[in-house]
Structure formats: structure tokens, C-alpha cells
Design a binder for this molecule. Structure first.
Ligand code: HEC
Length: 175
């Protein structure tokens, strides 16, 4: 009978089983509570990326002076179409009858960040559809400053994407 087998075992060895259990207990507790070794921690860290370990945001290419100068230029030459702080027009996604677009946001919320710096500068220089060319009105330093101002409105996440996906790839592929 298994039940009588177990009860005999318990009666005969009760004390021994009892001391075995409570003898092992402190060891088990100690093992469970010991902090992980450095090696183990590193191993775990490699499987669980820590969001606080992300690299710092990309460094901006422009200076605060360029942003200041660019803001003045923006207010004078661009705000009338592109809105306060580059918010753009409400229906910028809907093409006009001639296939061109209304002034889009330039504050990082639309797709200005898909363009490398040279393309953005070129748009300001040469104009685009209903946007006039500024090549005669603004010199290169002023054109760079106005783009610097607009990029200063971009959140770090967007600037990083632009920096890594657009600018760095372009610089790598250029001869
Ligand atoms: C008369 C209105 C007008 C003015 C003034 C104007 N823009 Fe534009 N801009 C537009 C329009 C319209 C477009 C979109 C054209 C298209 O895609 O068909 C545009 C597009 C752009 C783009 C391309 C954005 C993208 O996502 O590809 C940039 C960059 C830009 N403008 C910068 C500027 C800057 C900087 C100034 C001031 C120096 C300026 N614009 C002044 C109307 C204007």
C-alpha cells in the first residue's frame, strides 16, 4: 500500500527529512537573493536592449548664431507661405489643379526631412513650383541659416533619422 509505505517512511525518517528540508532552506534563499554576477548581467543586457543605453542624439551641424539669423530670414521671406514656425498649410497634402502642392510644413512634421541638406538648399535657391527662387535675394550663408532655423524646430528623433538615413548615406555614396 503506497500510503502505508509513505507513512512508515515519514515516521521512521521524519526527523531526517525535516532537518534536510530546513537545512537546505537557507542555502536556497541565499542563492535566490544573491545579486547576478557582472558576466551574467552583461549576458542578459545583450538580449534586452536598455532604452536608457541609446546613443545620444546626433549633433546638430549648425550654430545658435545661424539659427538666430535664419529665424529673421524666415520671418521676412518664408512665413507668409509656410506659416508660423514652419507649420505649413492645412491641406498641404492635397495637390492643386496644376499638380503642384500648397506650402508644406517645414518643422519636421512633413517630409522635408527626406531631403539631404543640398536639396533643401537647392529648393531655396531655385524655387519649386509656386515657391519663388531666393537665389538673388539670399546668399549662401543666408540660405544655410534659414535651413538651420527650420532644422532647429525638428525634434531630435526626426533630426536623427535625417542625419542617419539621409545625410550619412548621401555622404557615404558621394565620391
Ligand atoms: C509664395 C509662397 C512661398 C514662399 C514665400 C516660400 N515657399 Fe517654400 N514652398 C512653397 C510651396 C508652394 C512649396 C511646395 C511646392 C510643391 O511641392 O509643389 C514649397 C516647398 C518648400 C520646400 C520643400 C519642402 C519639401 O518637403 O520638399 C522647402 C525646403 C521650402 N519650401 C523652404 C522655403 C524657405 C526656406 C522659404 C523662405 C526663404 C520659402 N520656402 C518661401 C511656397 C513658398
Amino acid at each position: 500500500m503506497p500510503s502505508s509505505f509513505f507513512s512508515t517512511l515519514l515516521i521512521k525518517n521524519g526527523l531526517r527529512l525535516f532537518s534536510l528540508f530546513f537545512g537546505l532552506m537557507p542555502g536556497m534563499l541565499l542563492w535566490a537573493c544573491t545579486p547576478e554576477s557582472e558576466d551574467k548581467k552583461k549576458h542578459h543586457a545583450s538580449h534586452q536592449p536598455d532604452i536608457f543605453d541609446l546613443p545620444p542624439p546626433a549633433e546638430r551641424w549648425y550654430s545658435p548664431e545661424q539659427v538666430k539669423m535664419g529665424e529673421k530670414i524666415y520671418l521676412q521671406h518664408c512665413q507668409s507661405c509656410h506659416g508660423d514656425r514652419g507649420v505649413g498649410t492645412k491641406d498641404w497634402r492635397t495637390p492643386l489643379k496644376d499638380g503642384s502642392f500648397p506650402p508644406p510644413p517645414l518643422d519636421g512634421s512633413a517630409h522635408a526631412w527626406h531631403h539631404p541638406l543640398d536639396d533643401l538648399l537647392n529648393t531655396v535657391d531655385k524655387g519649386l513650383n509656386h515657391m519663388p527662387a531666393f537665389g538673388d535675394k539670399l546668399d549662401e550663408a543666408e540660405r544655410r541659416a534659414v535651413i538651420a532655423y527650420l532644422q532647429s524646430l525638428w525634434p531630435d528623433g526626426i533630426y536623427d533619422l535625417w542625419h542617419v538615413r539621409v545625410e550619412r548615406i548621401r555622404l557615404k555614396s558621394s565620391p
